[in-house]
Write a protein that binds this ligand. Structure first.
Ligand SMILES: CC(C)(COP(=O)(O)OP(=O)(O)OC[C@H]1O[C@@H](n2cnc3c(N)ncnc32)[C@H](O)[C@@H]1OP(=O)(O)O)[C@@H](O)C(=O)NCCC(=O)NCCS
Length: 379
């Protein structure tokens, strides 16, 4: 018999609940990946270096970095043709499907094709994670070709940032564009027990496999309160149109009790360090271009949100503007977040498997008291 006292309190949305331990990322005293402050990592701007750090626990030597890059390119260029064929069929029937849905389906298909149904030993998991890091951007680029009726172009090789940017825009990016894109990937790579990472950890805590965990994580990231916010941010900026309309627009949102996308954060109540870093980069990047007008509008919205509600931007606020300035279509913004967060997700999956206990919280029942069953004929 359960003799524990009846619980009367719970944390809605698990706010403030410490749900486990991690050695991958910390937010106390500033965002750090495996003990390294985010600022120098973002300034170095090498996504593969950060992905290696998250997965392997240490920064790579130049030789390790080069070999890691080669393994990722190999994965990107050898995506199972059966998965690409299946995506081609889906693109013919549903060309307007969201790339996030295509990516979730694509990763799920890769799990089926790999026959991934139990978590392997650590070296196998690391190899699987590295494959996913290369396969994911390749799947995204393939879907963008297939859904617009084009044959799948070859993966260009080089860094994920350079290759994906060139695949998604159809142009060879400049070094400055690749650097900016890389910085966004570094900033999006990891963020401890956010909703999608927690979903992934929950899946593998049952003994399930890496691909199932990542499929769940993609579905979780898609929501506008999480990763989906970066696409909504650009829609919001387009809807407002110009800086002189910002005040009225924000007041309308408050009156309608709607949240403004790209602001607020569950953990950062005094501002998101990633948004500060990327906001600065974004302003420098677009200075003197037609993008300046969008920055003026964004600045105005930021001031109003701060004055009216004390709310500061989160990472999605500048990330959306950087992606727009790089010429990327809005519908790939959240999938790009997937490409980056794959590093954090897979590191967490491996950490959870390495020290597992089934994740299974309890709930506070708030339904009817005991009732008598009534047979169908008597209802
Ligand atoms: C991220 C988010 C889901 C965090 O939610 P949360 O931790 O439950 O938020 P809180 O409960 O601490 O919010 C406190 C108050 O600020 C308000 N608030 C929070 N974010 C807001 C926003 N973006 N716009 C307007 N009001 C907001 C809440 O409605 C709440 O108001 P209330 O006290 O009058 O009810 C929330 O800030 C949000 O919806 N932001 C917009 C979506 C977004 O940008 N997501 C990406 C996150 S990285």
């Amino acid at each position: 018999m359960n003799t524990a006292p009846a619980q009367t309190e719970f944390a809605k949305g698990l706010a403030g609940v410490t749900a486990g331990r991690t050695a991958i990322c910390s937010l106390e005293g500033g965002l750090r990946y495996r003990g390294y402050d985010i600022e120098p990592l973002a300034r170095a701007g090498d996504f593969e270096e950060v992905a290696y750090l998250l997965l392997h626990g240490e920064l790579p030597t130049p030789a390790e970095r080069a070999a890691f890059g080669e393994r990722i390119t190999a994965a990107a260029t050898t995506v199972d043709p059966a998965a690409l064929d299946a995506l081609a069929t889906l693109a013919r029937t549903s060309p307007h499907a969201a790339p996030m849905d295509a990516l979730r389906t694509g990763i799920s298909m890769l799990g089926l094709l790999e026959r991934d149904d139990t978590p392997g030993p650590r070296p196998a998991l690391i190899a699987q994670a590295e494959r996913l890091l290369g396969q994911t951007p390749a799947l995204l680029a393939a879907w963008m070709d297939l859904s617009t009726g084009r044959p799948v172009a070859a993966w260009p090789g080089g860094s994920i940032a350079a290759a994906l940017l060139s695949r998604l825009t159809g142009r060879t990016p400049t070094a400055a564009q690749v650097a900016a894109f890389n910085t966004t990937l570094v900033l999006y790579a990891e963020h401890e027990f956010n909703a999608s990472t927690f979903a992934a950890r929950t899946v593998v805590s049952t003994g399930s496999d890496m691909h199932s965990a990542i499929t769940a994580a993609i579905g979780t990231l898609k929501g506008p309160l999480h990763g989906g916010a970066n696409e909504k941010v650009l829609e919001v900026l387009g809807e407002i149109g110009s800086a002189d309309r910002a005040e009225a627009w924000v007041r309308e949102q408050f009156a309608a009790k709607k949240v403004v996308m790209g602001f607020g954060h569950r953990v950062y109540k005094d501002g998101d360090v990633r948004a500060k870093l990327l906001g600065r980069l974004c302003r420098e990047m677009v200075r003197g271009t037609p993008g300046d007008a969008l920055e003026d509008l964004a600045d105005r919205v930021e001031r109003i949100m701060l004055e009216a509600k004390g709310l500061k931007p989160n990472l999605d606020w500048p990330a959306a503007r950087v992606y727009h300035a790089l010429g990327l279509p809005v519908k790939v913004f959240t999938p790009i977040f997937v490409v980056a967060r794959m590093s954090g997700w897979t590191a967490h999956v491996i950490e959870q498997i390495g020290d597992n206990r089934l994740i299974r919280p309890t709930s506070l029942y708030c339904g009817p008291a005991l009732r008598e069953y009534v047979s169908p004929a008597d209802r």
